[in-house]
Ligand binder design. Sequence first.
Ligand SMILES: [Zn+2]
Length: 336
Amino acid sequence: MTFNANGFNVTYGNDIAVTALEEIGNYVLVTQPEPWALLKNRVTNQPVQIIQSGDLAPEHLDHLAETSPSTTIVGLGGGSAMDTAKWIHWRRSLPLIQLPSLPSVDACFTRMSALRDRGGVRYEGDAVPEMVYVDFELFRAAPRVMVTSGIGDVLSCHTAWFDWRFASQEKQDEFGWTPELATISQTYLDELYDCAPGISELTDDGLRRLMELHRDIGWRCHEWGHARFEEGSEHFFAYTFEEVTGRTILHGELVSMGVQIMSHFQGNNPERVRETIARAGTRHRLSELNVTEGEVLESLRRLPSFTIEQNHWYSFARMLKPNEYNDKEIISLLNW
Ligand SMILES: [Zn+2]
């Protein structure tokens, strides 16, 4: 069955970023040094202003919005460039064009910006770009792990739907679980499994299909008004890891780690998760991720209390009891 995505206008192609920039008239560019370095000497139509993205504090973003020239806003880069461009566009009602340089997250296909506020993440805004240009050459110029980690926020559907159903069984569901929802998640997961070798090999087909998954998931988040189908105990594990260690690693790799661990606790086909990760060539061994066994185990110990404190949605994260699992077995789930 072919997967058909909904969502924002999108154009896919090879080396389409330069042409796109030549044709849009005046623009403010929101970017990071690496992707702009690839393009700047090839573009005649230079931006009227360049804004470096990175700081996602709301005060900073509002300052950027207030001082931006009134012209088209172009985001070029990863999540922070997309989110900053979205904020300026939304605050000022200026046209928006997005040129993602990484498929690591779905920020170019979601409406809200992820703000970093008082140590946490908060989602706000309502951005709709005129066009998202996906230039495969930009992806292929990025470090490979930034591409192969892009499966994380699709793979998370594997554990998220299971958590959602569990919450419903426990009478703790505020979003209206129905059995058809499992089918929707399965469609995403089957498509991901199917296109994973293309992601690993960075083919046009693999990259396009990964972005189409992100596009549809971004659309569904807005359509349903929540991300319950895509965010569950695997993300709660990731947030706990960040709290326990005071640092983070690539989001998609951390979330994939969470899916491997939590699908095991759910008794929810962890073999299939492992196979998908293997096919996509996503890093998973702790040594490759520079994560210690102690950090994983400590995060797991903290998970049940942290997820309750943070008022996360009801999930398997609440059910873990340290005396009921074997530390070695958990580590072996990751070091294959
Ligand atoms: Zn995520």
